[in-house]
Structures are given as structure tokens and as C-alpha cells.
Design a protein. Structure first.
Length: 200
């Protein structure tokens, strides 16, 4: 399989149609239990080693047994299960199992992302975190299950960032011109207008 984005490399062999990868992001992609779900990764994301994206493998616990009879019981059971699953809403199931990682997200080493999760713009997922619910924009989460430790910026700055920080507008020319500022200048109330200019 060949990625359009050379900064990504797979940890296994996957269907290319199960991934939507944006420019200027990087990382090693490890997809597990790929069923109906799709992995979507935004721009300028940093994915560390051994991060696992779980795109299926759900065992319903409300039924009498959690065992996947449609997979491991018998050939006849598999055939009958296929007829049952034909009537399922595949689009609804796809949404339930897909994972969306928005722009400017950093996911730490060995984090585990469950199906149906959306990680908001600018969020940070700590190493070894188990993400069981959506992560708000610019939140820092850690632990098992992952919980919000803090936010990267105050509420006003986050609101401003979500209004102007469109990473599709961040051209190479703008990055090169403002590289020192982007790499070394902490974002504050006082200099936020300078960052707005970069995204104009």
C-alpha cells in the first residue's frame, strides 16, 4: 500500500479506503479490528509510535453472550449472520466505529483510541491514555480512562483559535516566513492578533 502522504507509514496492511489522511501530519498508523469504521486525520497532527486506533471489534454486552458467534462458531452460523447483518444500517454503524482526529492534534506513545471517538482541534492525548469519549478542542487528556488534565489555553483564546485557526490556510510560504514565531512564541492574549495574521 502506498500513502499519498509520505510522513505516514503503516504498522500493518490495511485497506487504503479506511483512512483519510491530510497534509503535513505524520506518524505510524496502527489500526485494529477494522470493520465499518474509517480513520480520519486532520492537518498538522503528530502521531507517536504504537498508538492504536480501534475501528471495530465491538462485543455487545446487553445480549446473553459477548461471544462473536458470527465469526468463530461455525460456517452455518456465519452464513445466517450475514443475512441478519444485511438489514443493519451500515452508515450508522460506520459513524459509530469511525475515529476523527482534527487538526493540530498530538497523540502520545501507546495511546489507545476507541471506536467512534472525535479528538478536537489542538488537543493533546498523553502517552498510554485510553480514550473512551470525545476529547474537546485544546484539551490535554491522560490516564485510563483518559480524563481532562487541563486545557492548553484559556476559554477566550480557545474560542478565538476555533474561529480563525484554519490549517488549510497555513501555506508553506506563511510557515517559512513565520517559522521562528511559530516554534518559539507562546500564545497569549497579547500576541494572538499576530497569529491571526498568519492564518489570514
Amino acid at each position: 500500500m502506498k500513502f499519498k502522504n509520505p510522513n505516514f507509514w503503516p504498522a500493518g496492511i490495511y485497506d487504503i479506503n479506511k483512512m483519510e489522511l491530510s497534509k503535513h501530519s505524520y506518524g505510524r498508523l496502527n489500526l485494529a479490528y477494522v470493520d465499518s469504521g474509517i480513520l480520519k486525520i486532520g492537518k498538522c497532527c503528530s502521531i507517536a509510535e504504537d498508538v492504536v486506533f480501534l475501528l471495530g471489534g465491538h462485543h455487545p454486552y446487553q445480549t446473553i453472550s459477548t461471544f462473536p458467534f458470527n465469526v468463530y462458531y461455525s460456517e452455518k452460523a456465519k452464513k445466517n449472520a450475514k443475512d441478519i447483518f444485511k438489514n443493519l444500517d451500515t452508515e450508522k454503524l460506520k459513524d459509530k466505529e469511525s475515529i476523527t482526529v482534527n487538526d493540530d492534534v498530538w497523540i502520545g506513545h501507546k495511546a489507545f483510541i476507541l471506536p467512534g471517538i472525535t479528538i478536537g482541534q489542538g488537543a493533546i492525548v498523553g502517552a498510554c491514555a485510553v480514550v473512551t469519549k470525545d476529547v474537546p478542542p485544546y484539551a490535554i487528556v491522560a490516564g485510563n480512562p483518559a480524563r481532562i488534565v487541563k486545557y492548553r489555553f484559556n476559554e477566550h483564546i480557545i474560542k478565538e483559535l476555533l474561529s480563525f485557526a484554519d490549517y488549510s490556510k497555513l501555506t508553506e510560504e506563511k510557515v517559512v516566513k513565520n517559522i521562528d514565531f511559530l516554534l518559539t512564541e507562546p500564545l497569549t492574549e497579547e500576541n494572538i492578533d499576530k497569529f491571526k495574521e498568519i492564518f489570514d
